[in-house]
Write a protein that binds this ligand. Structure first.
Ligand SMILES: NC(=O)c1ccc[n+]([C@@H]2O[C@H](COP(=O)([O-])OP(=O)(O)OC[C@H]3O[C@@H](n4cnc5c(N)ncnc54)[C@H](OP(=O)(O)O)[C@@H]3O)[C@@H](O)[C@H]2O)c1
Length: 289
Protein backbone atom coordinates (compact mmCIF):
# COMPACT_ATOMS: atom_id res chain seq x y z
CA UNK A 1 0.00 0.00 0.00
CA UNK A 2 1.39 3.39 -0.91
CA UNK A 3 -1.23 5.86 0.30
CA UNK A 4 -1.40 6.88 3.96
CA UNK A 5 -3.13 9.55 6.02
CA UNK A 6 -1.51 11.17 9.05
CA UNK A 7 -3.13 11.01 12.48
CA UNK A 8 -2.90 13.85 15.01
CA UNK A 9 -0.27 11.74 16.82
CA UNK A 10 1.96 11.99 13.73
CA UNK A 11 1.48 8.29 12.95
CA UNK A 12 0.70 7.13 9.42
CA UNK A 13 -2.50 5.16 8.86
CA UNK A 14 -2.90 3.13 5.64
CA UNK A 15 -5.90 4.37 3.62
CA UNK A 16 -7.43 0.87 3.39
CA UNK A 17 -8.41 -1.22 6.40
CA UNK A 18 -9.50 -4.87 6.42
CA UNK A 19 -12.44 -5.34 8.79
CA UNK A 20 -13.24 -8.37 10.93
CA UNK A 21 -16.81 -7.31 11.78
CA UNK A 22 -19.87 -7.30 9.46
CA UNK A 23 -19.52 -10.48 7.32
CA UNK A 24 -16.93 -11.85 9.79
CA UNK A 25 -18.81 -10.86 12.98
CA UNK A 26 -18.40 -13.68 15.53
CA UNK A 27 -16.51 -15.79 12.98
CA UNK A 28 -12.95 -17.04 12.78
CA UNK A 29 -11.15 -14.35 10.77
CA UNK A 30 -7.64 -15.84 10.92
CA UNK A 31 -7.37 -17.13 7.37
CA UNK A 32 -8.75 -13.99 5.71
CA UNK A 33 -6.62 -11.74 7.92
CA UNK A 34 -3.52 -13.69 6.89
CA UNK A 35 -4.55 -13.45 3.22
CA UNK A 36 -5.17 -9.72 3.55
CA UNK A 37 -1.71 -9.17 5.07
CA UNK A 38 -0.07 -11.46 2.50
CA UNK A 39 -1.70 -9.29 -0.18
CA UNK A 40 -0.29 -6.14 1.44
CA UNK A 41 -3.36 -4.88 3.31
CA UNK A 42 -1.55 -4.04 6.53
CA UNK A 43 -4.31 -2.13 8.31
CA UNK A 44 -6.60 -4.45 10.28
CA UNK A 45 -9.82 -3.37 11.98
CA UNK A 46 -11.16 -5.41 14.91
CA UNK A 47 -13.44 -4.89 17.89
CA UNK A 48 -14.24 -6.55 21.19
CA UNK A 49 -17.89 -7.06 20.19
CA UNK A 50 -16.91 -8.94 17.03
CA UNK A 51 -15.93 -11.69 19.45
CA UNK A 52 -13.05 -12.83 17.24
CA UNK A 53 -10.03 -10.81 18.40
CA UNK A 54 -8.22 -14.10 19.08
CA UNK A 55 -8.57 -15.08 15.41
CA UNK A 56 -7.44 -11.61 14.30
CA UNK A 57 -4.35 -12.20 16.45
CA UNK A 58 -3.89 -15.69 14.96
CA UNK A 59 -4.07 -14.25 11.41
CA UNK A 60 -1.50 -11.60 12.27
CA UNK A 61 0.81 -14.23 13.75
CA UNK A 62 0.40 -16.55 10.74
CA UNK A 63 1.28 -13.73 8.31
CA UNK A 64 4.61 -13.25 10.10
CA UNK A 65 5.08 -9.57 9.18
CA UNK A 66 7.06 -7.36 11.56
CA UNK A 67 4.71 -5.68 14.06
CA UNK A 68 5.92 -2.25 12.95
CA UNK A 69 4.64 -2.92 9.39
CA UNK A 70 1.07 -3.39 10.66
CA UNK A 71 -1.61 -0.97 11.81
CA UNK A 72 -4.02 -2.73 14.18
CA UNK A 73 -7.23 -1.23 15.55
CA UNK A 74 -9.58 -2.63 18.13
CA UNK A 75 -12.64 -1.06 19.74
CA UNK A 76 -13.88 -0.87 23.29
CA UNK A 77 -17.23 -2.57 23.88
CA UNK A 78 -19.45 -2.04 26.90
CA UNK A 79 -17.44 -2.20 30.14
CA UNK A 80 -18.50 -4.82 32.68
CA UNK A 81 -19.55 -3.34 36.06
CA UNK A 82 -16.42 -2.13 37.87
CA UNK A 83 -14.13 -2.86 34.88
CA UNK A 84 -11.68 -0.15 33.77
CA UNK A 85 -10.77 0.78 30.19
CA UNK A 86 -7.23 -0.38 30.90
CA UNK A 87 -8.37 -3.81 32.11
CA UNK A 88 -10.60 -4.13 29.07
CA UNK A 89 -7.83 -3.21 26.61
CA UNK A 90 -5.38 -5.54 28.35
CA UNK A 91 -7.84 -8.41 27.85
CA UNK A 92 -8.02 -7.50 24.14
CA UNK A 93 -4.24 -7.34 23.82
CA UNK A 94 -4.06 -10.76 25.40
CA UNK A 95 -6.46 -12.17 22.79
CA UNK A 96 -4.65 -10.36 19.96
CA UNK A 97 -1.24 -11.53 21.19
CA UNK A 98 0.05 -7.96 20.91
CA UNK A 99 1.77 -5.54 23.28
CA UNK A 100 -0.11 -2.51 21.93
CA UNK A 101 -2.71 -1.50 19.37
CA UNK A 102 -2.09 1.30 16.89
CA UNK A 103 -5.60 2.63 17.44
CA UNK A 104 -8.19 2.05 20.15
CA UNK A 105 -11.71 3.37 19.59
CA UNK A 106 -14.81 3.78 21.75
CA UNK A 107 -17.08 1.63 19.58
CA UNK A 108 -20.33 3.38 20.43
CA UNK A 109 -20.99 6.35 22.71
CA UNK A 110 -24.54 5.25 23.59
CA UNK A 111 -23.99 3.12 26.74
CA UNK A 112 -21.75 5.77 28.39
CA UNK A 113 -23.95 8.67 27.22
CA UNK A 114 -27.04 7.04 28.77
CA UNK A 115 -25.22 6.99 32.13
CA UNK A 116 -23.76 10.51 31.67
CA UNK A 117 -20.26 9.01 31.75
CA UNK A 118 -18.84 9.75 28.30
CA UNK A 119 -16.18 12.23 29.60
CA UNK A 120 -15.15 9.74 32.27
CA UNK A 121 -14.85 6.97 29.68
CA UNK A 122 -12.60 9.20 27.56
CA UNK A 123 -10.32 9.75 30.61
CA UNK A 124 -9.84 5.96 30.65
CA UNK A 125 -8.94 6.09 26.95
CA UNK A 126 -6.41 8.85 27.65
CA UNK A 127 -4.83 6.70 30.35
CA UNK A 128 -4.21 3.72 28.03
CA UNK A 129 -2.73 6.11 25.46
CA UNK A 130 -0.39 7.66 28.05
CA UNK A 131 0.75 4.19 29.08
CA UNK A 132 1.54 3.20 25.48
CA UNK A 133 -1.05 0.41 25.28
CA UNK A 134 -2.79 2.32 22.46
CA UNK A 135 -0.57 4.43 20.20
CA UNK A 136 -3.61 6.49 19.23
CA UNK A 137 -7.12 6.76 20.64
CA UNK A 138 -10.34 7.70 18.95
CA UNK A 139 -14.05 7.14 18.68
CA UNK A 140 -16.63 5.48 16.47
CA UNK A 141 -20.27 6.22 15.70
CA UNK A 142 -19.98 9.67 17.31
CA UNK A 143 -22.38 12.32 16.08
CA UNK A 144 -21.67 16.07 16.42
CA UNK A 145 -23.02 16.29 20.01
CA UNK A 146 -20.89 13.32 21.14
CA UNK A 147 -17.74 14.77 19.55
CA UNK A 148 -18.40 18.09 21.28
CA UNK A 149 -18.51 16.39 24.71
CA UNK A 150 -14.99 15.00 24.14
CA UNK A 151 -13.64 18.16 22.53
CA UNK A 152 -14.86 20.25 25.47
CA UNK A 153 -13.91 17.94 28.36
CA UNK A 154 -10.97 15.87 27.11
CA UNK A 155 -7.24 16.57 27.25
CA UNK A 156 -6.55 14.62 24.05
CA UNK A 157 -8.37 15.23 20.76
CA UNK A 158 -9.54 11.91 19.25
CA UNK A 159 -7.35 10.78 16.35
CA UNK A 160 -10.25 9.16 14.49
CA UNK A 161 -14.04 8.97 14.26
CA UNK A 162 -15.09 5.79 12.43
CA UNK A 163 -18.63 6.11 11.04
CA UNK A 164 -20.83 4.60 8.37
CA UNK A 165 -20.07 6.62 5.26
CA UNK A 166 -21.21 6.26 1.66
CA UNK A 167 -23.23 8.50 -0.66
CA UNK A 168 -26.60 7.30 0.72
CA UNK A 169 -25.76 8.75 4.18
CA UNK A 170 -23.52 11.61 3.00
CA UNK A 171 -26.07 14.37 3.52
CA UNK A 172 -26.69 13.29 7.13
CA UNK A 173 -22.99 12.62 7.81
CA UNK A 174 -21.56 15.84 6.37
CA UNK A 175 -21.80 17.92 9.62
CA UNK A 176 -19.94 15.15 11.51
CA UNK A 177 -17.22 14.99 8.84
CA UNK A 178 -16.90 18.79 8.79
CA UNK A 179 -16.54 19.14 12.58
CA UNK A 180 -14.08 16.25 12.77
CA UNK A 181 -11.88 17.49 9.93
CA UNK A 182 -11.87 21.04 11.38
CA UNK A 183 -10.30 19.53 14.52
CA UNK A 184 -7.82 17.31 12.66
CA UNK A 185 -9.80 14.16 13.47
CA UNK A 186 -9.47 11.61 10.66
CA UNK A 187 -12.77 10.15 9.47
CA UNK A 188 -12.79 6.43 8.76
CA UNK A 189 -15.71 5.07 6.72
CA UNK A 190 -17.34 1.72 7.13
CA UNK A 191 -20.02 0.18 4.88
CA UNK A 192 -18.65 2.33 2.05
CA UNK A 193 -19.67 -0.26 -0.56
CA UNK A 194 -23.37 0.03 0.33
CA UNK A 195 -24.51 1.50 -3.03
CA UNK A 196 -23.15 -1.57 -4.87
CA UNK A 197 -23.33 -4.25 -2.19
CA UNK A 198 -26.68 -3.47 -0.55
CA UNK A 199 -28.81 -1.09 -2.66
CA UNK A 200 -29.89 -2.12 -6.14
CA UNK A 201 -31.80 0.23 -8.43
CA UNK A 202 -30.92 3.30 -6.37
CA UNK A 203 -30.68 6.87 -7.70
CA UNK A 204 -26.88 6.53 -8.01
CA UNK A 205 -26.74 3.50 -10.27
CA UNK A 206 -26.65 5.46 -13.52
CA UNK A 207 -24.30 8.17 -12.16
CA UNK A 208 -21.80 5.58 -10.90
CA UNK A 209 -21.99 3.59 -14.15
CA UNK A 210 -21.14 6.67 -16.24
CA UNK A 211 -18.22 7.67 -14.00
CA UNK A 212 -16.89 4.10 -13.94
CA UNK A 213 -16.95 4.02 -17.75
CA UNK A 214 -15.17 7.39 -18.04
CA UNK A 215 -12.43 6.30 -15.59
CA UNK A 216 -11.96 3.01 -17.41
CA UNK A 217 -11.47 4.81 -20.72
CA UNK A 218 -9.09 7.31 -19.11
CA UNK A 219 -6.77 4.69 -17.66
CA UNK A 220 -7.29 2.00 -20.32
CA UNK A 221 -7.83 -0.71 -17.73
CA UNK A 222 -10.88 -2.08 -15.91
CA UNK A 223 -12.41 0.08 -13.15
CA UNK A 224 -15.21 -1.22 -10.91
CA UNK A 225 -18.11 0.68 -9.37
CA UNK A 226 -16.73 -0.27 -5.94
CA UNK A 227 -13.49 1.50 -6.83
CA UNK A 228 -15.44 4.62 -7.81
CA UNK A 229 -17.00 4.60 -4.33
CA UNK A 230 -13.60 4.21 -2.65
CA UNK A 231 -12.17 7.07 -4.76
CA UNK A 232 -15.12 9.25 -3.74
CA UNK A 233 -14.21 8.63 -0.07
CA UNK A 234 -10.45 8.98 -0.56
CA UNK A 235 -10.81 12.33 -2.29
CA UNK A 236 -12.72 13.57 0.77
CA UNK A 237 -9.65 12.53 2.87
CA UNK A 238 -11.50 9.59 4.37
CA UNK A 239 -9.94 6.24 5.35
CA UNK A 240 -11.78 3.23 3.88
CA UNK A 241 -12.53 0.27 6.18
CA UNK A 242 -14.04 -2.59 4.25
CA UNK A 243 -13.89 -6.37 4.18
CA UNK A 244 -14.14 -9.22 1.71
CA UNK A 245 -14.09 -13.00 1.57
CA UNK A 246 -12.24 -12.91 -1.79
CA UNK A 247 -8.57 -12.41 -2.66
CA UNK A 248 -9.65 -10.94 -6.02
CA UNK A 249 -11.60 -8.20 -4.21
CA UNK A 250 -8.60 -7.52 -1.91
CA UNK A 251 -6.53 -6.89 -5.06
CA UNK A 252 -9.31 -4.76 -6.53
CA UNK A 253 -9.42 -2.59 -3.37
CA UNK A 254 -5.64 -2.06 -3.49
CA UNK A 255 -5.75 -1.31 -7.20
CA UNK A 256 -7.99 1.69 -6.35
CA UNK A 257 -4.73 3.57 -5.67
CA UNK A 258 -4.05 3.73 -9.40
CA UNK A 259 -7.55 4.76 -10.51
CA UNK A 260 -7.52 8.35 -11.84
CA UNK A 261 -9.18 11.06 -9.76
CA UNK A 262 -12.86 11.90 -10.03
CA UNK A 263 -13.48 15.39 -11.38
CA UNK A 264 -15.16 17.95 -9.06
CA UNK A 265 -18.30 17.58 -11.24
CA UNK A 266 -18.28 13.78 -10.80
CA UNK A 267 -17.87 14.11 -7.02
CA UNK A 268 -20.75 16.57 -6.94
CA UNK A 269 -22.93 14.26 -9.05
CA UNK A 270 -22.34 11.45 -6.51
CA UNK A 271 -23.05 13.78 -3.55
CA UNK A 272 -26.31 14.93 -5.18
CA UNK A 273 -27.42 11.48 -6.37
CA UNK A 274 -26.72 10.05 -2.91
CA UNK A 275 -28.77 12.79 -1.27
CA UNK A 276 -31.89 11.46 -3.04
CA UNK A 277 -31.96 8.35 -0.82
CA UNK A 278 -31.12 7.92 2.87
CA UNK A 279 -30.08 4.31 3.45
CA UNK A 280 -28.26 3.46 6.67
CA UNK A 281 -27.03 -0.04 7.58
CA UNK A 282 -25.85 0.28 11.21
CA UNK A 283 -26.19 2.51 14.32
CA UNK A 284 -29.41 4.49 13.73
CA UNK A 285 -28.55 7.05 16.44
CA UNK A 286 -25.57 8.49 14.50
CA UNK A 287 -27.83 10.20 11.98
CA UNK A 288 -30.52 11.18 14.44
CA UNK A 289 -33.04 8.59 13.22
N1 LIG B 1 -17.58 0.88 13.93
C1 LIG B 1 -18.66 0.21 13.62
O1 LIG B 1 -19.71 0.30 14.29
C2 LIG B 1 -18.66 -0.66 12.39
C3 LIG B 1 -19.87 -1.09 11.84
C4 LIG B 1 -19.81 -1.87 10.68
C5 LIG B 1 -18.60 -2.24 10.13
N2 LIG B 1 -17.43 -1.82 10.72
C6 LIG B 1 -16.11 -2.24 10.19
O2 LIG B 1 -16.08 -2.05 8.80
C7 LIG B 1 -15.81 -3.28 8.15
C8 LIG B 1 -16.46 -3.30 6.79
O3 LIG B 1 -17.86 -3.12 6.93
P1 LIG B 1 -18.85 -3.50 5.75
O4 LIG B 1 -18.77 -4.96 5.50
O5 LIG B 1 -20.17 -2.94 6.06
O6 LIG B 1 -18.15 -2.72 4.51
P2 LIG B 1 -18.45 -2.62 2.97
O7 LIG B 1 -17.17 -2.23 2.33
O8 LIG B 1 -19.63 -1.75 2.70
O9 LIG B 1 -18.90 -4.05 2.52
C9 LIG B 1 -18.04 -5.12 2.34
C10 LIG B 1 -18.92 -6.31 2.00
O10 LIG B 1 -19.57 -6.05 0.75
C11 LIG B 1 -19.36 -7.10 -0.14
N3 LIG B 1 -19.12 -6.50 -1.46
C12 LIG B 1 -18.11 -5.69 -1.82
N4 LIG B 1 -18.23 -5.31 -3.11
C13 LIG B 1 -19.35 -5.90 -3.55
C14 LIG B 1 -20.02 -5.92 -4.82
N5 LIG B 1 -19.52 -5.23 -5.87
N6 LIG B 1 -21.15 -6.63 -4.92
C15 LIG B 1 -21.64 -7.32 -3.88
N7 LIG B 1 -21.05 -7.36 -2.66
C16 LIG B 1 -19.92 -6.67 -2.51
C17 LIG B 1 -18.15 -7.87 0.36
O11 LIG B 1 -18.39 -9.23 0.10
P3 LIG B 1 -17.40 -10.17 -0.74
O12 LIG B 1 -16.96 -11.18 0.25
O13 LIG B 1 -18.27 -10.71 -1.81
O14 LIG B 1 -16.27 -9.34 -1.29
C18 LIG B 1 -18.14 -7.58 1.86
O15 LIG B 1 -18.83 -8.56 2.59
C19 LIG B 1 -16.30 -4.34 9.13
O16 LIG B 1 -15.77 -5.61 8.92
C20 LIG B 1 -15.85 -3.73 10.44
O17 LIG B 1 -14.48 -3.95 10.65
C21 LIG B 1 -17.46 -1.03 11.82
Amino acid sequence: MTKFFTLNTGAAIPWLGFGTGSALYGKDAANLVRLAIDNNITHLDGAQVYNNEDSLGAGIKAAGKPRSDLFVTTKLGKLAPGETVKESLKASLNKLGLGYVDLFLIHDPSPATKEGKLSQLWEGMEEVHREGLAKAIGVSNFKVEDLKVILESGKIVPAVNQIELHPYVWKAAEPIVKLAQEHGIVIESYSGQTPVARVQGGPLDEVLAQIRERLEKTRGKAVTTGQVLSKWLLQKDIVVVTTTSKVERMKEFLDTETVPDLTPEETQAIDEGGAKLHKRVYMHHVFGE
